[in-house]
Design a protein around this ligand. Structure first.
Ligand SMILES: [Zn+2]
Ligand SMILES: [Zn+2]
Length: 122
């Protein structure tokens, strides 16, 4: 059986309410990260979008002061106000813990033990 590597997975099952987790569809470790564009001039929050793979404000100029410069700020904890401005980036992390595969090989007799425990409990 050949498993096709799904490179265009959108990790839709990694919902924004969790910080990180393994995507059940592609197995990659996904971190939900929020970013917010702010005006470099007046510091106001700007509606943030991803265009051509870049995090940037939706509009070219600040609606408050007219400046074109901005900076991107990572949002640690998203709240319901920021959620309207910020953009969610699902970052894939390749550094899975290395012991993950070994773990399952070493733990091979585990299901039998678990089974007997289950029977013992009834
Ligand atoms: Zn995925
Ligand atoms: Zn501004």
């Amino acid at each position: 059986m050949f498993f096709k590597k799904n490179t265009d997975c959108t990790h839709k099952r990694i919902t924004p309410d969790i910080e990180s987790g393994y995507c059940p569809d592609c197995g990659k470790f996904i971190q939900n990260k929020w970013y917010l564009a702010r005006c470099s001039c007046c510091n106001i929050k700007r509606k943030t979008v991803i265009k051509q793979g870049k995090i940037q404000p939706a509009s070219k100029y600040c609606h408050n002061c007219g400046a074109g410069n901005f900076y991107i700020e990572p949002v640690r904890t998203i709240d319901f106000i920021d959620i309207n401005y910020a953009v969610l980036v699902k970052e894939e992390s390749e550094n899975k813990p290395k012991y993950n595969n070994q773990y399952w090989v070493e733990k091979e007799p585990e299901p039998i033990k678990l089974l007997s425990l289950l029977f013992g409990a009834t």
